[in-house]
Design a protein around this ligand. Sequence first.
Ligand SMILES: [Zn+2]
Ligand SMILES: [Zn+2]
Length: 207
Amino acid sequence: MTERHVNWFALEKACAAHACPVCTIVGERTAKYIDNMLFEHVSDRGFRAVYREAGGFCPTHSANLDSWRDGLAVAILGVDVLSSFMPEFKKRKAPRRKGLCPACAESGRVEREFLGYIAERDEEDFVSFFTASGGLCVPHYARLLSLTRRVPRWLSDFQASAFEVLLARSSAFIECSAWGRQSDFSALPERDKTVWKELARALRGNA
Ligand SMILES: [Zn+2]
Ligand SMILES: [Zn+2]
């Protein structure tokens, strides 16, 4: 047996959760990255420059900064950004972000690494735990298709059937929601009554 990569185990664990495994991993890794940057790299000139160029983290990745446990790190980075905006504001101009949010860059890197890893798998036990999960969300499957032309057959078949099932359940939800079909609606399995939530999450992804 070939030695298993650390990514294998990360995916095996993420597949046991209900969400898209790549969303789960990207979410965890990005949170860890932000934490690490704030704790370890706040005095790192390289990171400070990248952060300032980007105008700070994007709204998604700065969502929790105001409740971060280290106020000093948040203040240091924030002062850099706001003071870099001031000359523009004094000219009554909107400052422009010149770089990508560093956490978006990191999440893109993790995403590419894991999607590439999945696309190379054909081991029976990998296929077995992966196809027992909910599969990739729509954005991650689309991203995988744009990253590689060598999508394994087991994966494209699995994703297609997962999306077909979701479509059929969502269509049944819509039909049973019509006036006069209350009894059909009550007969739907419990999880099909809220399938629109699953559909919204599949289309959006969680990363
Ligand atoms: Zn996803
Ligand atoms: Zn971001």
